[in-house]
Design a protein around this ligand. Structure first.
Ligand code: AMP
Length: 299
């Protein structure tokens, strides 16, 4: 089954203490789409400007991502720039140029409206609603968000939570939303806002799920060197949704393993700038890391 993914499609300029890389392929939807494409067919919904490099379109195509709902409009592609501190966790945004993203209205062709799995990657909640309004009874809907929308679009986000099966956010966003310092208390509060599945991501410390069968502690793959963690969260949720869309059996039965696959794709993402590493891996490499994680956490 296919996964429909809407979110930002961007050019990212990323600075770390060791290197600087301008205008990489980025955006929440790009990272999530490439991650999901290792497991299932993907339909990408987004917008880019005429300056969007052809080689990035080729990259999507090599991953067999359906680009029918990717709008190419006169103007500039959304450009985001961020700088990491030496610990590679703290990041500050240096620049956000919206370009064609400013007036983006995601429009789904008829063929996309029956996609069973929907991933509303990080984008304004009003646009996430707009996409959901066009869907015909999706089987499973997941959304991600960021601190910006908690600050400037909280009412829209709270309405969205009531329409989701699963909600994914990071620990600082969970704290902002619930004022809880304790992850488990925060998960409980977020359930009350709507979603059956809530995942709190904790960066290099993995993620915690609270779902119908209780908690699951999902480990992060142990990396010795992180080059650039940009998009790791999007890769996690993209990989997870891609796996869920094609795994046999019920969503509930597959959910934990799906998170592990998401965690492994995210680990590859961190090993290179932007999508440089993720775009080159194979399903075999992913499966090997999943086995390794299984060994590491068995007791
Ligand atoms: P993450 O590292 O998971 O927080 O995701 C980083 C990605 O989010 C980058 O590729 C950016 O292009 C994208 N991004 C940054 N700011 C925004 C925004 N305001 N809306 C949507 N996407 C954004």
């Amino acid at each position: 089954m296919s996964v429909l993914i809407v979110g930002s499609t961007a050019l990212d300029s990323i600075k770390t203490p060791k290197a600087e890389n301008p205008r990489l392929l980025g955006g929440s939807a790009s990272h999530a789409a490439v991650a999901a494409s290792f497991f299932s067919p993907v339909r990408l919904v987004g917008v880019v400007g005429e300056d969007f490099p052809k080689r990035y379109l080729q990259l999507y195509k090599r991953r067999r991502i359906d680009l029918q709902a990717l709008q190419i409009l006169p103007g500039k592609t959304f450009h985001w720039s961020g700088e990491y501190e030496a610990n590679m966790n703290n990041r500050r945004t240096l620049l956000t140029e919206l370009g064609v993203f400013e007036t983006f209205t995601p429009t789904l062709p008829n063929s996309h409206q029956n996609s069973p799995f929907v991933l509303l990657a990080n984008i304004a909640p009003s646009l996430q609603h707009h996409v959901l309004n066009q869907m015909q009874r999706p089987k499973f809907v997941v959304a991600d968000t960021m601190d910006l929308w908690l600050n400037i679009a909280l009412p829209d986000l709270l309405k969205l939570l009531k329409r989701l099966d699963a909600f994914v956010l990071n620990d600082s966003e969970a704290h902002q939303l619930t004022t809880e310092d304790n992850v488990f208390a925060a998960l409980k509060k977020i359930h009350k806002l709507g979603p059956r599945y809530v995942i709190i991501k904790k960066g290099s410390h993995g993620a915690v799920l609270s779902g119908p069968r209780g908690f699951f502690i999902c480990p992060a793959y142990p990396l010795h060197l992180v080059m650039d963690p940009t998009g790791a969260g999007d890769s996690f949720v993209g990989g997870m949704m891609g796996y869920l869309a094609t795994a046999r059996g019920s969503i509930e039965d597959n959910f934990r393993r799906a998170m592990i696959y998401g965690s492994v794709v995210a680990s590859f993402c961190c090993e290179g700038f932007g999508l440089l590493r993720t775009a080159r891996i194979t399903r075999g490499q992913i499966d090997r890391r999943v086995k390794e994680l299984e060994r590491l956490t068995k007791f």
